[in-house]
Design a binder for this molecule. Structure first.
Ligand code: ADP
Length: 155
C-alpha cells in the first residue's frame, strides 16, 4: 500500500500549542506528517527559518513519523515533490473556514487533486494565534502558555 503522507504547511512564526495539537491528533490518520515551513522571501519573520526548524523538531523528538522541512513556491508543488496526497490544516473559527475553503477547493481542482484534511481546533486552543504571540514576544511578555511545553526557544 502506498504510504499516506500529509503535509502540514504554515509559517509557524512561532509554532504554537494549537499547531502541536493538530499534528498530534493527526498522527493516527497518516503514516507520515511533514511539517512544511513556507518561505516567502518578501515576508519578514520574527524567528528565522533555522530557529523555527529546530523549535519544531524539539517538539516532535518523540514522534518518528513527523519531520520538518521548508519550501518556497506553491504548497501543492512541494506536496507533489514529497509524495504527499493530503494537506493538513487546522480550523479555529469561521474566518479560518472561509479562507481555507477557497484554497482547498482550488487545490482539489488542480491537476494533482490534493485533498485537504481539516481538524477543528479544541476550544482551549482556538484563541491561540501566532500574530498575537509575536506581539507579546516582541514586547518581552511571557508566551509560555501558548507555545508547546518543552519547545526549545532560541536563546
Ligand atoms: P499560515 O501562515 O498558513 O496561516 P499558520 O502558521 O498561521 O500558517 O498556521 C498553519 C495552520 O495551522 C493553518 O491551517 C491554521 O489555520 C492552523 N492553526 C493556526 N493556529 C491554530 C490553532 N490555535 N489551533 C488549530 N489550528 C491552528
Amino acid at each position: 500500500m502506498t504510504k499516506r503522507i500529509a503535509l502540514f504547511p504554515g509559517s509557524f512564526d512561532p509554532f504554537t500549542r494549537g499547531h502541536e495539537s493538530v499534528v498530534r491528533r493527526a498522527l493516527d490518520l497518516f503514516d507520515e506528517i511533514i511539517i512544511a515551513i513556507g518561505v516567502n522571501s518578501s515576508k519578514k519573520y520574527l524567528f528565522d527559518l533555522d530557529q523555527r526548524v529546530s523549535m519544531i523538531e524539539s517538539v516532535f523528538a518523540d514522534a518518528p513519523s513527523v519531520r520538518v522541512e521548508s519550501y518556497k513556491g506553491l504548497t501543492i508543488d512541494f506536496a507533489i515533490r514529497e509524495g504527499a496526497r493530503y494537506l493538513l490544516r487546522g480550523l479555529r473559527n469561521s474566518r479560518d473556514f472561509e479562507y481555507e475553503a477557497e484554497i482547498a477547493r482550488m487545490n482539489l481542482m488542480m491537476e494533482a487533486g490534493i485533498e485537504t484534511v481539516f481538524l477543528i481546533s479544541l476550544p482551549e486552543y482556538s484563541a491561540i494565534n501566532s500574530t498575537i504571540i509575536r506581539e507579546i514576544y516582541k514586547n518581552k511578555g511571557d508566551i509560555s502558555t501558548f507555545v508547546p511545553e518543552g519547545m526549545n526557544m532560541p536563546s
